[in-house]
Design a binder for this molecule. Sequence first.
Ligand code: C5P
Length: 231
Amino acid sequence: MKRDVIVACDFSSMEETLSFLDRFEEEKPFVKIGMELFYSEGPEIVRQIKNRGHRIFLDLKLHDIPNTVQKAMKALSGLDVDICNLHAGGGIEMMKAAVKGLTREDGTRPLLIAVTMLTSIDQEMMEKELKIKGELPEIVMEYAKNAKEAGLDGVVCSPLEAAKVHEVCGDSFLTVTPGIRFADDAKGDQQRVTTPAKAKEIGSDFIVVGRSITAAADPVAAYRRCVSEFC
Ligand code: C5P
């Protein structure tokens, strides 16, 4: 799979998102649509962006009983997105059901990746609140192995974990990594950040970049800088 930069379009409306994308006259960036935008605008936002020729990562992080996730994925399979995701914490059966739901009658389906442990969860919270025993990086790898066993295509993880995920699950198992900043950027609320160049060195397959592009004075130039450092 060819390395690529995915732009996190964390906007609240269709209007704002489309006018942001209008700035790109030459490129068609791979776009991430998250919960805020999807819940505000519904499936029409996917159709609009797809019609403009962008690839789409629909970041809805499904997590429910297997039957419900299977049916929800079936609904999403009609949207012609390129990547969907769910929480690995839902278990192997749920992930297998998701693959089944997402697979269209002709056998094709979008790529499906799993969120392992959210970056907002640290070791202490995992033990004290979630009651999961073990070292967090090891739990992340166990979840990645479960995702692979269920037939998924990869995981969302920190770029710092990408090399280890490839070591454990193989080079063709995709690593999609947020937490990207240019060396001269503010970190914002992301704690463990990496530059696009470093993410390439570690072996990420896709980087997800939000504010370093969307909040830049010149988003197109910032996007091009990401592509030249990472691709
Ligand atoms: O603006 P920034 O580059 O920090 O945006 C990162 C994007 O990646 C956001 O859309 C955020 O929801 C998403 N994300 C993340 N950390 C995760 C999973 C997703 O930052 N573990």
